[in-house]
Design a binder for this molecule. Structure first.
Ligand code: KG4
Ligand code: ZN
Length: 337
């Protein structure tokens, strides 16, 4: 089954063709990072305009690179949420137009579930690790999920405020690093000492698997500027590197501690990671070192937002419920998992 997927939830325009849930024939991603970097974060109005300008050419490129025509596509999949409403509308309306004109069925996919599927997609026999613990660590989400099967999940924890990637981006801004901040913090942290600032792990009362990253963000602000945030002092590069390393250490040990608690409680057989933050090599090293169970990371091209993870997941969703949503699909900005 050949599936063409379209992704426009935030600041990447992506189209991909995948065969039978896992064979990626193309995965074209047009990043808008340069546009948003000027503003230090994603500007929704600009994101929509960029999607509109390039979605058609990104889609043509994905079909061309896959070596297939639209006629050969069996199903069109599109991210229906969560995400920025205007950005979602661009992808959904484009997908609807394409499905209507080419007489193809259309399916809507949950973007977070697709991040979770990204590592499952390239794993040889994923169901042998079910029940598994899934961790989505991205710019918009921080979720811990028990996976009983593809499509059957229990959300056990999530962030109560900022997402982990968002915390990286905000701390990077305080350290005067460019957007997106995650990779910049990772780079700077290499030269820093993670034990200099003992930032605390997050703790949400009575909810052992929930995260909170707003406290550590404030801690970093006070460490940098004290109480006087108006008259910012000059902070040396080595000091910034120590802060970056200490922040990263605190946030990642929080992930490890909660993952280990879930492993002990839910008797899972493996772990699947997804989302942009999983590109971080220090996180991968720490997990390697502190978790004994088999664990799987998405390939680099499948960590950040991309349409291949949607096209892959759509195969399983369509097998379970082959329902054409051409006339009813609407964006869901705050989809439950
Ligand atoms: O999954 P993604 O593309 O977006 C959402 O669906 O939200 O992830 C983007 C996020 C950004 O916050 C970015 O700073 C973070 O992933 N990120 C990283 C790294 N690379 C990207 N965070 C930490 N270390 C990295 N190497
Ligand atoms: Zn994402």
């Amino acid at each position: 089954m050949l599936i063409l997927a379209i992704e426009t939830t935030c600041d990447e325009t992506s189209c991909s063709v995948v065969r039978d849930g896992s064979l990626i024939l193309s995965n074209v991603v047009a990043s808008q990072v340069d546009v948003h970097a000027l503003f230090g974060g994603v500007v929704p109005e600009l994101a929509c305009r960029q999607h509109i300008d390039i979605i058609s050419s990104v889609c043509s490129k994905a079909l061309k690179e896959a070596g297939v025509t639209l006629n050969q596509i069996d199903l069109i999949a599109v991210a229906k949420g969560p995400g920025l409403v205007g950005a979602l509308l661009v992808g959904i309306n484009f997908a609807k137009g394409l499905a209507f004109s080419a007489r193809k069925p259309l399916i809507g996919i949950n973007h977070i579930e697709a991040h979770l599927y990204a590592a499952i997609m390239t794993c040889k026999n994923p169901s042998s690790y079910f029940p598994a613990l899934g961790l989505v660590l991205s710019g918009g989400h921080t979720s811990m999920i028990i996976i009983d099967a593809i499509g059957s999940y229990t959300l056990i924890g999530q962030t109560v405020d900022d997402a982990i990637g968002e915390a990286f981006d905000k701390v990077a801004k305080m350290l005067e690093l460019p957007y997106p901040g995650g990779p910049e913090i990772e780079k700077l942290a290499i030269t820093g000492n993670p034990t200099i600032y003992p930032f605390q792990k997050s703790c949400v009362k009575g909810r052992p698997y929930d995260f909170s990253f707003s406290g550590i963000k404030t801690k970093v602000r006070y460490t940098l500027f004290g109480n006087d945030t108006k008259n910012k002092r000059d902070v040396s590069l080595p000091e910034k590197a120590n802060i970056a390393a200490s922040f990263q250490e605190a946030v990642f040990s929080d992930i490890v501690a909660k993952a280990n608690l879930a492993i002990a409680t839910y008797k899972v057989k493996g772990l699947f990671f997804g989302g942009g933050v999983t590109r971080n090599r220090q996180l991968r090293k720490l997990i390697e070192y502190s978790i004994d169970l088999p664990h799987f990371w998405p390939e680099d091209a499948l960590c950040l937002d991309n349409a291949a993870m949607l096209a892959g997941l759509a195969f399983h969703k369509w097998q379970a419920t082959p329902k054409n949503l051409l006339h009813t699909l609407e964006p869901e900005t705050r989809m439950p998992f």
